[in-house]
Design a protein around this ligand. Sequence first.
Ligand code: SF4
Ligand code: SF4
Length: 293
Amino acid sequence: MADKAWTIAVLSGKGGTGKTLVSVNLAAAANEAVYLDCDVEEPNGHLFLKPEVSGEETVTVKIPEIDAARCTGCRKCVEFCAFHALAFVGNKPLLFDEVCHSCGGCALLCPANAIRETGKAVGTVSSGISEKVIVYTGRLNIGEASGIPVIKALLQKISNKQDRPVFIDCPPGSSCAVMESIRDADFCILVAEPTVFGAHNLAMVHELVTLFQKPCGAVLNKCLTSENPSEAFCVEHGIPILARISFDPELGALNSEGKIAVRESERFQALFASLLERIGKEARHEAASDSQR
Ligand code: SF4
Ligand code: SF4
């Protein structure tokens, strides 16, 4: 694809636009690649890539554990917690662990040394291989409020994988979890549908990547011959259009059967290989412009 192994984040303003379709097919077209499923609330890239799983790690966060026997009831921890994760009930602090941000402050300040930190499982990261694509899948446990610890654990996996391109399948929308997912990306692909709603969602993710000063380009998915509000948005805002993927019954059928289109058809292999080529050009161009600034 390119002389450098780029880290490419694939985003969309909402689910169902084709973000995973683009991510898994790009990874498969690149052949030796890493695919990272950061859509930790509903990861589904593995349904397409069907990796042979080689391991699974539990992701934990630190939460306070209060020793009631030592606690003097001074309330200092409750007053300190900016996230209101501690309440004073029956003369003792009570923890609401789902809102605890694991800052460790309460344990540090407790004058009675009554608080120690303990690990709480919030999700998992599984590792596997699909042909030559290394697949990491993050899963957030049901009921957990934040996927960020699982996304951080996923990003750790690529810190020493600079020899092959990485494709990050981001969560939909523009939440903190998306911000975390694009943190290390060299380039962002914004996937958009050809509707007014698609253009609205595209505007949201474009605002996010602009805020993070990430170079980006758009993939317009499910294109019809009629007017495309997302394309109009790209033209108006100078966003490079990397590819237009037509509304295609064959692609739709492969996708609904959980198949990787580039592994099934030369036509789609050519489509995604050319998208890879275009991404490489854009990323190289941005890197060159950056070095001149
Ligand atoms: S700071 Fe320590 S001693 Fe004071 S209420 Fe909290 S746990 Fe108890
Ligand atoms: S670790 Fe931080 S966020 Fe969690 S309860 Fe203690 S002070 Fe609050």
